[in-house]
Structures are given as structure tokens and as C-alpha cells.
Design a protein around this ligand. Structure first.
Ligand code: HEM
Length: 301
């Protein structure tokens, strides 16, 4: 018996909808059908309701104009997650994987106006002090360590064994971790990133580790983000420093890992990049640029 090639089931199967009849922006079906789910979402207009995690609904903005209007109007669209009605009314599961990122913390991410400006100035000033030379060296060293481990094993999961871990190694160094703390930081943050049921405990462990680090760097300041934030003239409390560090790592690792992952995918799997890889860094640069165009490191936020 012969048959003509049919569309794959994933391309035709009905998409799941949430208990409120909204598109579902999480889980296996979303991973397999994301372009179709985004189309379904866009059919609602420049903003539409979606389920972003089990039992968690959000109004997702998909139109550029609407996004600009929203981002430029913090008085109407405040980032203060303490105003989140569903959370205040107990409608969000306490163990929801979105809470480590979306529940309020005293960091720039959840602030507007002057409060945001103060915290953001500290972030900008301290990040600007990182020397590109040191960043390059730390990244190179981290990459070589990970590649050596892969070479020894003979196989690798490109995300967990390389792309997810490299930014963590770099941040551990930039934050001023001792090598023992760096090992612990990589471990807890890997669990955090996985959004597994252990993520909530990992968030607590990570905050505990940052607390230790702040104490260490108060006593022994060094050339690192933690010491610079503690010494900044904005006069942040230890708790504020902790949350700006948490934000920096939280916001910095996941998009960077996704970007590295897609660029590597192009370099290793796409002949037009892999073919010239041995010729030097040009194709690496091109692959990084192409990855930004075709696979945004952050599809939605
Ligand atoms: C390809 C890489 C990256 C992408 C695509 C990306 C994307 C984003 C997006 C979309 C936001 C939200 C902006 C908003 O709320 O208006 C954001 C915020 C932020 N990101 Fe990134 N990011 C990347 C890398 C990084 C890195 C490496 C760091 C740290 C060194 C970082 C630190 C932050 C911080 C601190 C915020 C909060 C800023 C604020 O609220 O004022 N990001 N990022």
C-alpha cells in the first residue's frame, strides 16, 4: 500500500485550549506547535488572553504598537507584581513554575519611575565596570572546561552540558563567588532554569547563596559585581543588592543560553555555517546574528 505524504499530526491536530478557552502557551503541545499557537493568539488582536502555565492566565501583547503603548505608560501598566489580582485572590498555584520569575521582589524588574531609575542606575553602573577583556577570558576558560568534560564523555546534551552552564560559570565569576560557591551556584541555578518541581526550593537556595556572598564581599571587597553594588553611592541595602544580583543572573542566563544554543545549532547542523567554521570566527559571528533573527532568544516576556 502506498500513501501520499500527509501533514504531520502536530501540524493538523486541534490545539489544546485552557479552562477559560484561551491558547495554551506552555507544555509539550506548545513546544511542538508554537507558530500555530502564536497565530491563534494573534487572532485575538494586538493583545489576547493565554494560559502561560497550568492555571495561570495572562494578557499577552503581540502587536508592536500595543507593546510600545504599554511600555511607555507605566502609570496604567505598572510592573509591580503586588497588584496581580489572580495572585492576591489565591488563584495562582503556590508551586507555579512562573512564580520565581513573576512574583514581586524589590528589584528593578518590578519597579517603575524613580524607584526603577535608582535601581537601574546601580545595575547599569556596575555592569559597565566589567572589563570586556576579563569577560572574554572568563568565558573562554569556562567554555574550555565544559568542552573538555564533553570530550571525555564523548557525548553531550548541548543545552544542559554547555549552553545553559556557560553563562552560569561566567556570572559566578563576575559576581565574585569563590570556587566552592561557583560550583553550588551552577548546581542550584541549573535546577532553577529547568522549571522542574524543585525550582521553588532552588530559588530559596540561590537567595541563600547570594546572602552568603554579600556577607563575604562586605568583609572582603573585590573587583566584582557584588562588591561594586555594595559600594555604589545609591546606598542599596544588603537585601536590595541581593535582589539586583538575583535579577542580573535570572535575566542574563536564560536568553544568553538560548542564543548560544541556537547559534551552535546553526554552526553544527547547517552546512552554510559549519562548512566555514574551520576558517575562523566570521561564521561564529554570522551564526550569532542569524540566531537573533530566526530564533529570538526571548520569544515572549
Ligand atoms: C540575548 C540576550 C538577552 C535578551 C534577548 C534579553 C532580553 C531582555 C528583555 C526582553 C527584558 C525585559 C525588558 C523590560 O522589562 O522592559 C530584559 C530585562 C533585563 N535584562 Fe536582559 N536580555 C538579554 C541578556 C541579558 C544579560 C546578559 C543581562 C545581564 C548582564 C541582562 C540583564 C537584564 C536586566 C537586569 C533586566 C531588567 C532591566 C530593567 O527592568 O530595567 N539581560 N532583558
Amino acid at each position: 500500500m502506498t500513501s501520499t505524504p500527509a501533514a504531520t499530526p502536530a501540524a493538523t491536530a486541534p490545539l489544546p485550549v485552557s479552562s477559560r478557552g484561551c491558547p495554551v502557551l506552555h507544555g509539550e503541545s506548545f513546544a511542538a506547535n508554537s507558530p500555530r499557537v502564536y497565530r491563534q493568539l494573534r487572532e485575538q488582536g494586538p493583545a489576547g488572553w493565554a494560559e502561560i502555565a497550568p492555571g495561570v492566565h495572562a494578557l499577552v501583547v503581540t502587536g508592536r504598537r500595543a507593546a510600545l503603548d504599554m511600555l511607555n505608560d507605566p502609570a496604567t501598566y505598572a510592573k509591580d507584581a503586588r497588584l496581580w489580582a489572580d495572585l492576591n485572590e489565591g488563584k495562582i498555584p503556590q508551586d507555579s513554575p512562573v512564580l520565581p520569575l513573576m512574583a514581586w521582589r524589590p528589584s528593578a524588574l518590578y519597579a517603575d519611575g524613580e524607584v526603577h531609575a535608582r535601581l537601574r542606575r546601580v545595575l547599569d553602573d556596575c555592569i559597565a565596570r566589567i572589563s570586556p577583556h576579563r569577560l572574554r577570558e572568563v568565558t573562554r576558560r569556562g567554555a574550555l572546561t565544559l568542552v573538555a568534560a564533553v570530550a571525555e564523555r564523548g557525548e553531550a546534551d548541548m543545552m544542559s552540558d554547555f549552553a545553559d552552564t556557560l553563562p552560569l560559570l561566567v556570572f559566578a565569576d563576575l559576581l565574585g563567588c569563590t570556587s566552592e560557591m561557583a560550583t553550588r551556584m551552577v548546581e542550584v541555578c541549573q535546577v532553577l532554569i529547568s522549571a522542574s518541581p524543585d525550582a521553588a526550593q532552588a530559588a530559596v537556595d540561590f537567595a541563600g547563596l547570594l546572602f552568603e556572598l554579600i556577607h563575604l564581599r562586605r568583609a572582603q571587597p573585590g573587583e566584582d559585581l557584588t562588591s561594586w553594588m555594595l559600594g555604589h553611592d545609591a546606598g542599596l541595602t544588603d537585601e536590595e543588592v541581593l535582589h539586583q544580583l538575583y535579577l542580573t543572573v535570572g535575566a542574563g542566563v536564560i536568553p544568553t543560553a538560548a542564543w548560544v544554543g541556537w547559534a551552535l545549532h546553526l554552526l553544527l547542523r547547517d552546512d552554510s555555517y559549519a562548512g566555514t567554521l574551520a576558517a575562523g570566527t566570521v561564521s561564529v559571528r554570522r551564526a550569532l546574528e542569524k540566531a537573533l533573527w530566526v530564533r529570538s532568544p526571548m520569544a515572549n516576556f
